[in-house]
Design a binder for this molecule. Structure first.
Ligand code: SF4
Ligand code: FES
Length: 248
């Protein structure tokens, strides 16, 4: 099929950006969106033009680096990462807008690449445990209720992609932060720092310039890992307890 891309081009963090129209003929419906971008970049390079900067790594939905806005939707029309979005989700003749995440806390580095270091700093503020874990423990040494284990596992599937921020009208990263707080806070090994963790991570979230959560739910609707909205409720419960214990 033949498609028309309108791609955000921005040569650097402080440069003015603009949409560039690129005609893309002969697109296979079996290509992933990233593979289609590879073809576009190969053609641009052969023509002596600057290829479109776009992040990717694993190309199997686990690293979280490939997120972009496609037709104003985080990750595009399918609830999956861009590397797992296939061109069969589009039609011959489509015009497709491709833009970077739009958030002050994720400054554009170049074209579609943003700096998501803010997420790393939120993790540094509490996303760890201090309990010595040693070698792999015997599975039943520390009993965990099945329900807690399941919720912890679900939260741990967050891949740090940033779609929740891009989709939220408030630019909040509370779903991401809640996932990181929850997957440790539900397990025995995560208890010593449970309250300092939530305080540290929420304070860092706010310091990075992310907005507050007002229960809109766009985040969970676009999350490729289906992190449920009640993960934020868990964070709020832990935060309230930590504040009542005298945290700041
Ligand atoms: S909560 Fe979902 S959308 Fe947000 S960073 Fe994690 S995986 Fe991505
Ligand atoms: S490239 Fe790793 S999630 Fe898409």
């Amino acid at each position: 099929m033949n498609i028309t891309l309108r791609v955000w081009r921005q040569s650097g963090p402080d440069a003015e950006g603009h949409m560039q129209t690129i005609e893309v003929p002969d697109v296979s419906e079996h290509m992933s969106f990233l593979e289609m971008m590879d073809v576009v970049n190969e053609r641009l390079t052969l023509a002596g033009e600057d290829p479109v900067a776009i992040d990717s790594d694993c190309r199997e939905g686990i690293c979280g680096t490939c997120g972009v806005m496609i037709n104003r939707e985080a990750h595009g029309p399918v609830r999956a990462t861009v590397c797992q979005l296939h061109m069969r989700s589009f039609s011959d003749g489509d015009v497709i807008d491709v833009e970077p995440w739009r958030s002050d806390a994720f400054p554009v580095v170049k074209d579609l690449v943003v700096d998501r270091g803010a997420f790393d700093r939120i993790i540094q503020a509490g996303g760890y445990i201090s309990a010595p874990t040693g070698s792999a423990p015997e599975a039943h040494a520390a009993p965990v209720k099945k329900q807690d284990a399941d919720h912890a596992f679900d939260a741990a599937t967050c891949i740090q992609c940033g779609a929740c921020v891009a989709a939220c009208p408030n630019g909040s990263a509370m779903l991401f932060t809640a996932a990181k707080v929850t997957h440790l806070g539900l397990l025995p090994q995560g208890q010593p720092e449970r309250h300092s963790r939530v305080l540290g991570m929420v304070n860092q979230h706010d310091a990075e310039g992310f907005g507050g959560c007002s229960n809109i739910g766009e985040c969970t609707a676009v999350c490729p890992k289906g992190i449920p909205f009640d993960t934020i409720t868990r964070l709020n419960r832990d935060l309230l307890t930590a504040l009542m214990k005298g945290g700041e």
